[in-house]
Design a protein around this ligand. Structure first.
Ligand code: KIV
Ligand code: NA
Length: 278
């Protein structure tokens, strides 16, 4: 299997072939996502929430992203891997932005980077694209701006906001973005924006009218400590319960001396036994 390319993704949109993206954060999750046939793996800064235990993605650093991106690209050698540029790593000087992008590409071995924002970051998207870095956009609910937005709520509900989101999407496409994530916008708006773009849209909580879908690994597998499932997530497996049950059984077996069994142990040969016991 060969990784998809940005031109293949555009063709998939033209052909009406849906694009499946999933997040992964480490070697085993990346390996499993690749084996499962995901077109794109996203090393999302959602790792701040689901792996590092923060309330938002704001505390996630470039070093955090690098650490996890390296593990993902070691686990998924034949899949197109996109890494998030984390909070405030692409808003300073263009030199600083390029330096941060270079680390994710050269040390993390990402194939592309994802940046949150619209027209206001179009020039940055253009510069990165011209430097040979494929850029994925991200509009709608942009979690790095949660404190400005004031919570995790549906975006683009007024016609003014909807127009602004379309203008932002067009600005990103014109700046060279190869795809755009649409997070938590109404299904009607997502479908409309999708119809106005040549590059694919990848939705999360934005309905079926996008060219592709993305979900967070821990959400679709219920790999968590029992938080209620989000409305836009389908539960495809219940890994949290499986893991909790497995560990509980192990703990009980140790306490009841049911583990280890003789078959789990190594026997000494006769000579060693003689030397130990005489
Ligand atoms: O960080 C992330 O997982 C994301 C997706 C939800 C698009 O940005
Ligand atoms: Na993200």
């Amino acid at each position: 299997k060969k990784p998809v390319t940005v031109s293949k993704l555009r063709k998939m949109k033209q052909d009406g072939q849906p694009i499946a993206m999933v997040t992964a954060y480490d070697y085993p999750s990346a390996k499993l996502a690749e084996e499962a046939g995901s077109d794109i793996i996203l090393v999302g800064d959602s790792l701040g929430n689901v792996v590092l235990g923060y309330d938002t993605t704001v505390p996630v650093t470039l070093d955090d992203m690098l650490h996890h991106t390296k593990a993902v690209t070691r686990g998924a050698k034949a899949t197109f891997v996109v890494a998030d540029m984390p909070f405030l790593t692409y808003h300073g000087s263009i030199d600083a932005t390029l330096g941060n992008a270079a680390r994710l590409m050269q040390e993390g071995l990402a194939h592309a980077l994802k940046l949150e924002g619209g027209a206001e970051i179009a020039q940055t998207v253009r510069t990165l694209t011209q430097a040979g870095i494929p850029v994925m956009g991200h509009l709608g609910l942009t979690p790095q701006s949660v404190h400005q937005i004031g919570g995790y709520k549906i975006q683009g509900k007024t016609s003014e906001q909807a127009q602004k989101l379309l203008q932002d999407a067009l600005a990103l496409e014109q700046a060279g973005a190869f795809a755009i994530v649409l997070e938590l916008i109404t299904a009607e708006l997502a479908e409309w924006i999708t119809s106005q773009l040549a590059v694919p849209t990848i939705g999360i909580g934005s309905g079926a009218g996008c060219d592709g879908q993305v979900l967070v690994y821990h959400d679709l597998l219920r790999y968590d400590s029992g938080a209620p499932a989000k409305k836009f997530v389908q539960t495809y497996a219940n890994i949290g319960d499986t893991i909790r049950g497995g560990i509980a059984q192990y703990v009980q077996d140790v306490k009841e001396r049911k583990f280890p069994l003789p078959k789990h142990a190594f026997a000494a040969d006769g000579e060693l036994l003689t030397s130990l016991y005489g």
